[in-house]
Ligand binder design. Structure first.
Ligand SMILES: [Zn+2]
Length: 288
């Protein structure tokens, strides 16, 4: 049985959550922080009962959504923080998914215990300090903004002109970086694209569900990606070279026998590397 990405609110999804497959009878899987394109398979299971499948689909959907939206915003050139209140349980799984997407930091607040060491904790304090970020309600812009390195705009209109005005007035006060906090319904590609050259970054306040997953009884085909032609070749066999340019291809889905749990730091680095080589549009898919 294969589980595959049915739809993604973005041109591609960043896969995260391979660790959920441990203990199951797995044939093939996709490594964390690998970009996949609908309808590519993410795992092939020998057999699994319905309860297991339902739990897997639910958790994977959210993990992949968080990794994907993070990676997408990074690809657009913005920095990305995630707010502690956005992280469902188990928190560590979602921190890992955010790391797969290349997240820059976690605004922990009182929501996440400081035991999370794998991610950079964004320093915030009400008074502000030369190294911290303060969260400022957009209504109080112009009033006393505490002196701080960065400002996170809360409840801000996503109107471009308004954000430019707010940014300029904050930067005139000596603020180095201006982020905007966005809820699930604001984390849309069109809206985020519209502010990439305005702000320094985005704080994810809620995980938007941007992925739907499906499963069927068919075996998962193999997927090889040529980064030169930017084509995904789908085949039941193996290919070593790109049929078009003879360049090297890399397998997107791998035998479970070679499963490696990526350490958090490695995961983030892999995510960042993938984001660099990905393009904003999906690879073309060819069936061999
Ligand atoms: Zn090629």
């Amino acid at each position: 049985m294969r589980i595959f990405v049915k739809w993604c609110g973005l041109p591609w999804c960043m896969f995260a959550g391979s660790w959920l497959f441990q203990g199951l009878d797995v044939d093939k899987y996709v490594k964390d922080a690998t970009p996949v394109v609908p309808p590519e398979p993410i795992v092939e299971l020998k057999d699994a009962d319905n309860d297991v499948i339902r739990r897997l689909l639910n958790e994977l959907r959210l993990l992949i959504s968080l990794a994907s939206i993070t990676a997408w915003i990074k690809k657009l050139g913005l920095r990305v923080f995630i707010h502690g209140s956005a992280l469902p349980d188990p928190v560590n799984d979602f921190v890992k998914a955010a790391l797969a997407g290349g997240v820059d930091g976690l605004v922990a607040g009182d929501f996440v215990k400081m035991s999370v060491e794998s991610v950079n904790i964004v320093s915030t304090s009400a008074e502000g300090s030369p190294t911290s970020y303060v969260m400022v309600d957009s209504l109080s812009i112009g009033a006393n903004v505490p002196k701080s390195y960065g400002v996170i705009l809360m409840n801000a209109p996503t109107d471009r002109e308004w954000l430019i005005g707010a940014r300029d007035s904050l930067k005139a006060l000596g603020v180095k970086e201006v982020f905007v906090a966005l809820g699930a319904d604001q984390l849309r590609p069109d809206l985020v694209k519209n502010i990439t050259d305005v702000l320094d970054g985005v704080v994810i306040m809620e995980v938007p569900v941007i992925v739907s997953l499906g499963f069927d009884e068919r075996p998962a085909y193999n997927v090889f990606r040529c980064s030169n032609c930017y084509i995904d070749f789908e085949t039941s066999g193996e290919i070593r070279k790109c049929p078009r340019c003879s360049g090297r291809v890399r397998p997107i889905i791998k035998p479970w026998g070679r499963y490696v749990v990526l350490e958090d730091r490695v995961l983030r680095l892999k995510g960042l590397e993938e984001i660099k080589t990905m393009r904003l549009d999906p690879p073309k898919t060819i069936y061999l």
